[in-house]
Design a protein around this ligand. Structure first.
Ligand code: CMC
Length: 396
């Protein structure tokens, strides 16, 4: 039965309407992030993403997302200092990471390491504001350290310790590349983190809220969200975009590639979004950041291919409301920053922890466990038979 027919038939079952992917179904009230998918506008707590990306820092934006207001100077200083103090991860976590297979995907390493934090800080005092503050600080502080640690460990090296004199994004690049980054590179990474920090009820945030609704600990909330973000239809798309651009190879191949993708109904990676019918505003900002980096550090030849794909898409995908999303240009930015391809999604996760934690806190404020329903389509009234009495047909 096709999906559309199935939706119709579900209506017949007691008036229940089934919406695949929960499209258009509100599952919570939220005051964190607003998306206008027709105008192409995005704001966090009422501040436009353009203003935050140009004026704020990732840690200030994190504070805004989680506590609802921009911090005053003292609050910001305290938060930055606390995060800086908690950047180190226990040698036990590092030793555990050394046992991970070096060939494993860094998102799997991150999911496991994030979950392991619950073993160290397992008190579930989720009605205690100090517990919430401490958990936020630890997760925001330690996730980048764990991403960088796995990168060095899988190369057979020991992770390097964070540097207290470096700000958040500069320190991450330092721990990853073992070199103090150029200030422009650090600033651009910080802007990328702001752009990816929150995006309402995407799949990983929904996953975070579902997990939060059971009143489990925040480390489990973040670990479940990391696992959800990893998939290629969500955060994993940024890796696939670069592979796709390399496969296209040259700008003049873009038209042919798109035509083939459309004919064979293959998804073009980095395009399309459930919420936007125009170009994702984050994609426009990321494109500008890519150009800024290229002007300073030299061009990435895949940029011309990306622009050709976008130009061609205006002729054949735009009429369906399919435009570049946040993942289309982010890979080109990350590659120029020296970030390996399979770390693109972990870097997305470093940033999205802010949004997940904002939703965790909001969920706790008005919690009811998520427990949706289903439309049962299976057998009924069957009788068990011993294995020797089952026909081949039945056991298929
Ligand atoms: N390329 C070609 N056609 C597309 C694309 C695409 N990237 N995205 C959607 N479509 C078509 C799709 O084939 C379908 O056409 P038809 O109605 O003729 O069958 C129609 O648009 C609706 O597609 P859908 O898959 O039902 O839309 P959705 O809202 O369920 O999915 C999406 C949204 C983001 C998963 C999807 O656009 C997609 O798979 N994009 C490629 C992967 C990607 O770039 N993901 C990153 C998403 S943004 C960041 C994030 O969430 O992490």
């Amino acid at each position: 039965m096709g999906q559309k027919q199935f939706i119709e038939s579900s209506r017949d079952q007691g008036g229940i309407v089934f919406r695949p992917g929960l499209e258009g179904v509100p599952v919570t009230h939220s005051a964190i992030c607003d998306i206008d998918g027709i105008q192409g506008k995005l704001s966090y707590r009422g501040y436009s993403i353009e203003e935050l990306a140009s004026q704020s820092t990732f840690l200030e934006t994190t504070y805004l997302l989680i506590w609802g207001e921009l911090p005053n100077p003292q609050q910001l200083r305290d938060f930055e200092e606390e995060v800086q103090r908690h950047r180190r991860v226990s040698f036990r976590v590092r030793d555990m990471m050394k046992c991970f297979p070096a060939t494993g995907h860094p998102m799997d390493a991150l999911q496991s390491s994030a979950a392991s934090l619950g073993l160290f800080y397992s008190r579930r005092a989720i009605d205690d504001p100090q517990y919430i503050y401490d958990a936020v600080v630890r997760l925001i502080a330690k996730i980048p350290t764990m991403v960088a640690a796995f990168q060095l460990i899988r190369k057979g090296q020991d992770p390097i310790q964070p540097r207290d004199d470096l700000a958040y994004s500069a320190n991450f690049l330092y721990m990853l590349t073992e070199r103090e980054p150029d200030p422009l590179a650090a600033r651009i990474l910080d802007k990328c983190l702001i752009l990816h920090a929150e995006h309402s009820l995407n799949a990983s945030t929904f996953s975070a809220r579902v997990t939060a609704s059971t009143l489990t600990d925040p480390y489990a909330v973040v670990a479940s969200a990391v696992g959800t973000l990893a998939g290629p239809l969500h955060g994993g798309a940024n890796e696939d975009v670069l592979a796709m651009l390399e496969e296209i190879g040259k700008p003049q191949n873009a038209a042919n590639f798109l035509q083939k993708a459309i004919t064979s109904k293959t998804k073009v990676m980095g395009f399309g979004h459930r919420e936007y019918r125009v170009k994702d505003p984050r994609a426009s900002i990321l494109q500008g950041l890519a150009e800024e980096l290229f002007a300073r550090f030299g061009k990435d030849e895949m940029y011309e291919v990306a622009k050709a794909v976008e130009d061609e898409s205006l002729l054949n995908l735009a009429s369906k409301g399919i435009y570049p999303n946040v993942d289309f240009y982010s890979g080109l930015v990350y590659r120029k920053l020296g970030i390996p391809r399979d770390l693109f999604t972990p870097v997305f996760a470093i940033s999205r922890v802010a949004g997940w934690l904002a939703h965790w806190r909001e969920q706790l404020g008005a919690n009811r466990i998520f427990r949706p329903t289903q439309i049962y389509t299976g057998f009924s009234g069957r009788s068990w038979a011993p294995p020797e009495d089952r026909s081949m047909k039945e056991s298929n």
